[in-house]
Design a protein around this ligand. Structure first.
Ligand code: SF4
Length: 256
């Protein structure tokens, strides 16, 4: 049983998390999934492609890809060499092509060619991890989920919302302090803030409208070297988007 002091700390953390959440809502009212898709299956394929690759790059590849392979059956029956070629520029294309094909074969055999609607069914699919599953559930099916990517992980720690490094534990911590109905949008907004203000190397704390509620855990020295002043309208002042860089050849995409 928790002591009164611990309960008080939990309450204070929850209140601060809500203030941060409200701040994020004002900053990024229109935050959204950055991947382009029209169907849950397309989102599933796009999220597999987005491992170790920028969303911008994935969005360049998917229009032709989805025209060439319009459904799960088409991906399942694809010539693997052709599929690899179609997604080559997203990196690790052999691994991704294998995962997409294996995943789509299972979708055809067990799920009527559709992306499933539950974590239990999505998680075991090739190329799909908890993060990807939450992206699909939250954006394609409206099932709330916290998507722990590199931005959300970094920001949650700096904001003192978790001390964990393991994505599953971070997800669990955030689920306790953010209302369930807000999980998906909270994730998008944190990712927007990570891309536009709370940069990995030099967070722009001086220009950050969340600074009064952020303990800046692990942020050392003067900050503010990168170019953006966020505005409450959800846009940004001077902006320098920092996109995820291509990974080194040694890295391998895992289920995400
Ligand atoms: S105050 Fe600094 S560390 Fe905290 S969210 Fe803003 S940019 Fe990130």
């Amino acid at each position: 049983m928790k002591s009164r002091a611990t309960k008080g700390q939990d309450r204070a953390l929850q209140q601060r998390a809500r203030r941060l959440q409200r701040g994020l809502e004002k900053l990024y009212p229109d935050a959204h999934c950055a991947l382009n898709y029209e169907t849950p299956l397309q989102l599933l394929v796009a999220t597999i492609l987005s491992a170790q690759c920028t969303d911008v790059r994935v969005n360049l590849v998917t229009p032709a890809l989805f025209a060439r392979y319009p459904d799960a059956r088409a991906f399942a029956d694809a010539d693997i060499g052709e599929l690899e070629k179609a997604i080559q520029s997203t990196g690790f294309f052999r691994n991704k092509a294998r995962n997409i094909q294996a995943c789509c074969k299972i979708l055809v055999e067990k799920h009527g060619g559709e992306a499933p609607r539950t974590m239990e069914e999505l998680f075991p699919l090739p190329g799909i991890g908890r993060k990807t599953a939450n992206v699909i559930l939250g954006n394609a099916y409206g099932v709330p989920g916290i998507t722990v990517d590199t931005h959300l992980s970094r920001l949650s720690k700096r904001m003192g919302l978790t001390k964990q490094s393991d994505p599953v534990k971070i997800e669990r911590d955030l689920m306790e302090i953010i209302p369930e109905k807000d999980w998906t949008m909270f994730s998008h907004r944190m990712i927007f803030h990570g891309r536009q203000v709370c940069f990995a190397r030099k967070p722009n704390c001086e220009g950050c409208l969340l600074a009064k509620d952020c303990p800046k855990v692990g942020v050392a020295g003067p900050t503010g070297g990168e170019e953006l002043t966020a505005s409450p309208s959800g846009g940004a002042g001077r902006r320098k988007l920092v996109l995820r860089t291509q990974p080194s050849k040694k890295q391998r995409p895992r289920n995400v």
